[in-house]
Design a protein around this ligand. Sequence first.
Ligand SMILES: [Zn+2]
Length: 334
Amino acid sequence: MAAAAGRARGSRGRGAVGLATELGAQRDVVARAPMFGRAVNFAVMDDPRPTAGPGAEAANGWTLMAVHAHPDDEAIGTGGVLARYAAEGVQTVLVTCTNGEQGDAMGGVQPGEEGHHPEEVAAVRLAELRTSAAVLGVDHLELLDYRDSGMDGWSANKDPGVFCNVPLPEVSRRLAQLMRHYRPQVVVTYDANGNYGHPDHIQAHRATVAAAESTGIPAKFYYLAIPRSGFLQVRQLMQASGVSTDDFDLPPDFGVPDEQITTVVDVSAYVGQKREALDAHVSQNQNFFFDRLPDEITTAILSRESFTLRSATNGSAREDDLFAGLRKETTRGA
Ligand SMILES: [Zn+2]
């Protein structure tokens, strides 16, 4: 499920004390990492890295890299595939481009409102991201440390220092360094519209495309896809369940036409981990619509993740595995 559908605004009550307690508990979890028996390497990438090095390659040689714009996008858009491929022994690399300064502060306080301090929001969200990454079994979390540009049309867009205004060659160069370091066979990021027009998602898309083209490293390059039919179905289910869709006012042509989707991955066995990762983003949970739906509907939504293979011009290549055609010789789940 992708960002816009996951971020429709709604009300959901949790007390500030409870939020703080949960966050404190999660920080303890971070301190106890590695979880699930996998080491988690949290790095802020400031300096050029060696193009390859010890530890950069997965034990079985397979690597998945997901490039996201904000803390929480990894759980919403790719929590299932990150968890599933980690469980299958694939090295997973999560690149998060910004620190999420334009997200909500604790308690749903929005940017520009009293009590919203961008640097504090960033600190909270990066802690939440570390918890989410640990829950999902991410091996390497790479933070590019850019500033969140805010949603399309927000005044922050005009700030020359925010991510969407960073010269593209700078960002793509850094992503290319990471691709040379980790050698991912599979890379996933947003589509050309950032899946719903967020300027940071569009910048992440452009930079990742440029990095993939300049390095030639990913054998398969995917865009996250929200199936149009699935989006409409969710809206109908919400209405049928008596759940308000007032904040779910996306255009009817929102999402990717189903015939353009090449790859649908069954992540039903990882819904629990995905929910736990989503729950880690405590400060943003007023933006998640999942909790407003009956449980079985939420589970169904979270059970599949859809993608469009960049090299495919139509949906003819129906796959159920991002590594389809690459790891024939390995046993699934090994
Ligand atoms: Zn985002």
